[in-house]
Design a binder for this molecule. Structure first.
Ligand code: GCO
Ligand code: MG
Length: 402
């Protein structure tokens, strides 16, 4: 059996997605997500110009060998563009293998370890009152875990506060929107938010908060300490993770758990954080961390060090990534949480899928393979639109992390 064709499909059903579809000589096909938010065309070109020609004629069941061929064979290692492209190939090959075996992918990687996948949604609002209404919406929908973000008094906008309820789309303009940031206003405000949320919703709901790389380690330590009375499940990306020693400082000061990893691409990006037990949840996911094959390596290393998974699942990760992530989530021993931001109906129509939310859990498809596809005719009706993530400045105009 051989790969005869691989198509790179770029489409924008309310947001941009890059999808790889691999076709074999006996007609079985597989799909993989290759979307890198704001840099989509770089991955599309990496695939079309460099990877696809090397796939033709390969045996699609040699998943590990193909992974090594693309990783070692490129010479240039790691990085989000390379690893998203490898992820797309790897994901599509697992999809094909599942279809050949007549089994959902989770059964190929060890089988079910739990009845469903606990997911968290995003409750947010300009004011605390607005955010409380949104928390109630998720509680009513049956969510067991909720991320809460609000506007900061005195600031025109902040990360994580959306215009549309249930959807959050930060990549909102071709040339990046500019946001303004004040760490002191933020640090004073956040504990008041979680005080109100715990007061209204009690101790059982899991609460999370995303700091989006905006603090220094000592500021993050202060935030963690100030949130301890409200028992958060995690604070996410408290500091940029290039300098990983910084996490030791956070750890020395607070018992609020820490989650990191949505911008990581390989096990080498998180090896120190995991080995030194500086984090509690690793948030890497299929599309940006080299596919199912490599994500399993990250999660297996994490399992040895009391670190659980907490995979990224924002709207820029397509339903193909979400489908694949759920097969991993349901199979691994050290699952923690899965982010689940709903896609718009236009996105859902372009990517018909069998995963579904029921009883407060997401469930992977039971179809052979991943249980997701791309409707290429419909996809063609939504041409690519340039869209960038915002940038962020301090009040005096200094560039800051977004
Ligand atoms: C999250 C993320 C997203 C990212 C986005 C970038 O935790 O969901 O931080 O909101 O900003 O996915 O592409
Ligand atoms: Mg995040």
């Amino acid at each position: 059996m051989r790969i005869t064709e691989a198509r790179v499909i770029v489409t924008c059903p309310d947001r941009n997605f890059v999808t790889l579809k691999i076709i074999t000589d006996d007609g079985v096909t597989g799909v993989g997500d290759a979307t890198l938010n704001g840099r989509e065309l770089a991955v599309a070109s990496y695939l079309t110009d460099h990877v696809v020609p090397q796939l033709i004629g390969r045996d699609p069941t040699r998943i590990e060998d193909t992974w090594q061929y693309l990783y070692k064979g490129a010479y240039w290692r790691r990085g989000p563009v390379t690893m998203s492209a490898i992820a797309a190939v790897d994901t599509a090959l697992w999809d094909i293998l599942g279809k050949l075996a007549g089994l959902p992918v989770y059964k190929l990687i060890g089988g079910r370890s739990r009845e469903g996948v606990t997911v968290y949604g995003h409750a947010n609002g300009d004011t605390v009152e607005d955010a409380l209404v949104e928390v109630a919406r998720y509680v009513d929908l049956g969510y067991r875990a909720i991320r809460v973000q609000t506007g900061i008094p005195g600031m025109a906008s902040t990360y994580g506060v959306s215009k549309d309820k249930l959807f959050y789309e930060p990549a909102d303009a071709a040339i990046p929107t500019e946001n303004v940031w004040s760490t002191s206003r933020y640090l004073n405000h956040v504990p008041t938010v979680f005080n109100r949320v715990r007061d209204e919703f009690g101790p059982d709901v899991k609460l999370l908060h995303d700091v989006h790389h905006r603090l220094t380690p000592i500021e993050a330590a202060r935030l963690g300490k100030s949130l301890e009375p409200f028992s958060l499940t995690w604070i996410e990306d408290p500091v940029p993770a290039e300098l990983q020693e910084g996490f030791r400082l956070i750890r020395q000061h607070t018992t609020t758990p820490v989650a990191v990893g949505e911008v990581f691409n390989t096990v080498w990006d998180c090896e120190q954080l995991i080995r030194e037990q500086l984090i509690d949840y690793i948030r890497a996911t299929v599309v940006h961390a080299g596919g199912i094959t490599h994500l399993r390596r990250i999660f297996d290393l994490a399992a040895l060090h009391h670190v659980r998974s907490g995979s990224h699942g924002a709207t820029d990760l397509s339903p193909v990534c979400m489908a694949a992530a759920l097969h991993v989530d349901v199979a691994i021993p050290n699952f923690g949480l899965q982010e689940y931001m709903r896609h718009t109906s236009a996105t859902d129509e372009v990517f018909p899928h069998g995963y579904h939310f029921e009883g407060g859990y997401l469930h992977p498809s039971e179809e052979p393979g991943l249980g997701v596809d791309i409707d290429e005719e419909l996809a063609a009706q939504y041409p690519y639109k340039p869209a960038s993530l915002p940038v962020n400045r301090l009040e005096d105009g200094t560039m800051h992390s977004w």
